[in-house]
Design a protein. Structure first.
Length: 280
């Protein structure tokens, strides 16, 4: 039986960038592994001891299908169907804010255009993003509430509305990788030009930085809170943080398919491999 199936999407059949490092780290621990596309009907998922989601970067277009697939895999799935169901709808941020002591970027759920306009008016300049989305697709900055119309960014809703946090332009977004329950590495993501989005496809850049104690503590707390809310053993996570009103706040907790940025953070490969090994 194969030890680990690493799950990816049809657009990246060989795995995430730098996958060779993860492959080698698993092999170095004596673990057999290979990459498989999540919606490939020929894959024998039951033929692996662990099924670890990595680069399923098309789930947002077929969320229901993706979650159905996750349910079928069962307990071998890392991080698990319950975690994915919770995490693939950005309403999880309100769940964290409402049931934990975590500092979270203020967020409002909006099911229609009027609700979006009301939230934008409340925040002044706001970031409007689809509740189900990835890689910054459909995200827009809105300053004129009355003029906003749905569909302008390709999203038909529902939406999550948040205040524009200025530090995303001045300091960037801090991303802490928590693997096997411990903070392993950190990167800073910066926007490109006037765009609020830090993803590379929108001109953003990502740079490895030393692990900051305060950021690491908050990230570990965020993952622990997510684990409590989902009942899941969260083997891998990326926690995004911003400075707002003089303190670090959580802007995202990614426990579904966070890219590990292996080319610039190779330590993530060895840490994830070790964490997976302990689950076998």
């Amino acid at each position: 039986m194969l030890d680990v199936l690493l799950v990816t999407s049809a657009g990246r059949p060989f795995g995430e960038p730098g996958h060779e490092l993860l492959d080698a780290a698993l092999a170095g621990l004596g673990l057999s592994s290979r990459w498989a596309v999540w919606d490939d009907p020929s894959v024998d998922w039951a033929g692996a001891r662990l099924v670890a989601v990595r680069s399923t970067w098309d789930y947002q277009d077929r969320r229901r299908e993706f979650l159905d697939w996750a349910e079928r895999i069962g307990p071998a799935l890392i991080n698990g169907a319950a975690a994915f169901r919770w995490n693939t709808d950005k309403s999880y941020l309100l769940d964290l804010a409402g049931h934990t002591d975590l500092p979270v970027v203020p967020s409002v759920l909006a099911g229609d255009a009027d609700a979006v306009r009301t939230a934008v008016a409340r925040f002044g300049t706001a970031v409007v993003k689809p509740r189900v989305g990835a890689s910054g697709v459909g995200v827009e900055v809105v300053a004129d509430a009355a003029a906003w119309r749905p569909g302008g960014s390709g999203s038909a809703g529902p939406w999550l509305v948040q205040p524009l946090v200025d530090s995303v332009h001045t300091e960037g977004e801090q991303s802490v990788f928590v693997l096997g329950g411990r903070p392993v590495s950190q990167a800073v993501k910066r926007t490109g030009g006037h765009d609020v989005r830090v993803h590379e496809r929108h001109g953003g850049t990502t740079t490895a930085v030393p692990l900051d104690d305060a950021a690491a503590r908050l990230a570990v707390d965020a993952v622990a809170a997510a684990s409590t809310r989902t009942g899941a053993d969260l083997v891998y996570a990326r926690v995004d943080l911003l400075h707002l009103d003089g303190r670090l706040v959580v802007s995202e907790v990614e426990v579904t398919e966070p890219g590990l940025y292996l080319p610039i953070l190779p330590v993530n490969a060895t840490a994830l491999a070790a964490a997976l090994a302990t689950r076998l």
